[in-house]
Design a protein around this ligand. Structure first.
Ligand code: PEP
Length: 250
C-alpha cells in the first residue's frame, strides 16, 4: 500500500515570522492525520523556522531546489543537499515547471539534482508535466516519457526507490484550471507504466505519484479517488493553514 503524501509548495511566499504563524494554526488541524505523510516545502530562508515549528509533529519540511554539487563550492546563490539536510529537511522538490520555465532547468540538471538529493539523504520529489501546447498537439505522453527518461530513469533501481514523482500539467499550475480526475488519472497511469517498463512491477506498485495543479479543498477528494494518484503537490492552497489542512484531511 502506498501511503499518500500531501505536500505544500510555498514557492516565493512567506517570511520566517509568517512561517511560524502558519505552523501554529496548521499543526493542531493535522495532528490526527495519520492517513498520510505531510510535507511543507518552504523558501530557503524559512526552513529553520519551519523545522523548529514542526519539531515533534509528523509534518516534514523540504526545500524547493538544490544544487547538484554535494560539496561546498563557489556557486553564488545556491544551496546544497547537505545544507538542506543539516537544517532539518526531509525532502526537496526538483524540476518544478517554474524552474524549467524561468531558470533554465533541463532534464539533465534534474537528473544531477536528483542524484545530489539522494546522496544527501533527501527524498526527491521530481516534477514532470506537459505544457498546454504539448497537450493540444497530442504530445503529453511523449513529453512525460522524455522528462522521465532524462530526469530519473538512469538512476539505479535502488536509488529510484526513494523517488517521488509529481505530475504537474503546466497549464493547471496556478491557473485555477485543475486537470479533470480522468485527465490526471490517464497521465498517472501512463507514468506508472513507464516506471514498470524501466524498473519492474515492485517499483511500479510502490512509487508514489502526486498530482499538482490547482488542487483545492473542493477538488482534492475526486483526484485522490483515482487509483494511481497517491497524493498532491499543492501550491497556492498550501499557503493558508485551514485550506491546506482541509486538503490534507481530504
Ligand atoms: C505548484 O506550485 O506545484 C502548484 C501545483 O501550484 P498550484 O497548486 O497553485 O497550482
Amino acid at each position: 500500500m502506498r501511503k499518500p503524501l500531501m505536500a505544500g509548495n510555498w514557492k516565493m511566499f512567506k517570511t520566517p515570522e509568517q512561517t511560524t504563524a502558519f505552523f501554529e494554526k496548521f499543526l493542531p488541524l493535522v495532528e490526527k492525520s495519520a492517513h498520510c505523510e505531510i510535507l511543507v516545502c518552504a523558501p530557503f530562508v524559512d526552513l529553520p523556522a519551519a523545522v523548529i515549528a514542526a519539531a515533534g509533529s509528523s509534518v516534514g519540511v523540504g526545500g524547493q531546489n538544490l544544487h547538484w554539487s554535494t560539496g561546498d563550492g563557489a556557486f553564488t546563490g545556491e544551496v546544497s543537499g547537505p545544507m538542506l539536510k543539516a537544517v532539518g529537511c526531509r525532502s526537496v522538490i526538483i524540476g518544478h515547471s517554474e524552474r524549467r520555465q524561468f531558470f533554465g532547468e533541463t532534464d539533465a540538471t534534474v537528473l544531477q539534482r536528483t542524484k545530489a538529493a539522494l546522496a544527501s539523504g533527501l527524498q526527491p520529489v521530481v516534477c514532470v508535466g506537459e505544457m498546454l501546447a504539448d497537450r493540444e498537439a497530442g504530445k503529453t505522453n511523449l513529453v512525460l516519457e522524455t522528462q522521465l527518461r532524462g530526469g530519473v530513469f538512469s538512476l539505479t533501481p535502488e536509488e529510484f526507490t526513494a523517488v517521488v514523482i509529481a505530475y504537474e500539467p503546466v497549464w493547471a499550475i496556478g491557473t485555477g484550471k485543475t486537470a479533470t480526475p480522468e485527465i490526471a488519472a490517464d497521465a498517472h497511469k501512463f507514468i506508472r507504466e513507464q516506471i514498470r517498463a524501466h524498473y519492474g512491477d515492485a517499483a511500479a506498485s510502490s512509487t508514489r505519484i502526486l498530482y499538482g495543479g490547482s488542487v483545492k479543498p473542493d477538488n482534492v477528494k475526486s483526484l485522490m479517488a483515482q487509483p494511481d494518484i497517491d497524493g498532491a503537490l499543492v501550491g497556492g492552497a498550501s499557503l493558508d493553514p485551514i485550506s491546506f489542512a482541509s486538503i490534507v484531511n481530504f
